[in-house]
Design a protein around this ligand. Structure first.
Ligand SMILES: [Zn+2]
Length: 202
């Protein structure tokens, strides 16, 4: 079954967190699942992400030429990103060994790329051509390392996704109020967290 890459699945706020959130219900071993289990979903995700993350990407399209070939690199960056920033969101600081693993994973995404990155107004390079998804993922992930961003990292108490809280007073609780906020409010079993979690629309 193919995944519908609806706007809710881009609630992370940046490409790297949206990618981290392609594993749903992390921390729940019985219910967690991976939307990239079929590597072809990486290409479909990238198509949707080019639209939903157009502002971050400077309008650059994302290229996935061989999903099966890049899947190990993508999953390595994804897992290292989740580990580092989940730890930072929970503990308020990044663990050095997680950071080292994260930097190595990001390096594999950029290795061999001929891109020119970080020019003013062009963080992901020239929008005239697509950028390889794994390279863009690495750039997005590395952009999270600033202290300002770290202070805005949150974990949704309903679905366990990571997201950036860009609200003015930094008080956002849910990844997506319309989905997780309402679902949790509607639950009659608020205290039975597992029972309250619903997977279908996460
Ligand atoms: Zn959520």
């Amino acid at each position: 079954m193919t995944v519908s890459w609806i706007p809710h699945r881009f609630a992370g706020g940046v490409l790297a967190l949206d990618t981290a959130n392609t594993v749903v219900l992390r921390g729940d071993p019985e219910r967690t699942f991976d939307r990239f289990e079929d590597p072809d979903e990486i290409a479909r995700f990238a198509d949707a992400a080019a639209t939903f993350r157009a502002a971050e990407l400077g309008g650059r399209a994302l290229a996935v030429s061989a999903p099966r070939r890049i899947a190990p690199v993508v999953l390595a960056i994804r897992e290292a990103t989740d580990r580092l920033f989940r730890g930072a969101a929970t503990g308020g600081a990044a663990a050095a060994d997680d950071l080292a693993a994260f930097l190595r994973a990001c390096a594999t995404g950029l290795d061999g790329s001929k891109e020119r990155l970080g020019a003013p107004g062009r963080p992901f390079g020239d929008a005239a051509t697509p950028i390889a998804f794994e390279a863009a993922l690495a750039v997005s992930a590395l952009s999270l390392l600033s202290g300002v961003t770290m202070a805005r990292l949150r974990i949704c108490p309903n679905c366990n996704w990571l997201f950036l809280d860009r609200s003015r007073n930094a008080s956002r609780l849910w990844c997506d109020m319309a989905v997780c906020g309402n679902r949790r409010k509607a639950s009659r079993h608020y205290h039975r967290r597992k029972a309250a979690w619903e997977v279908d629309n996460v």
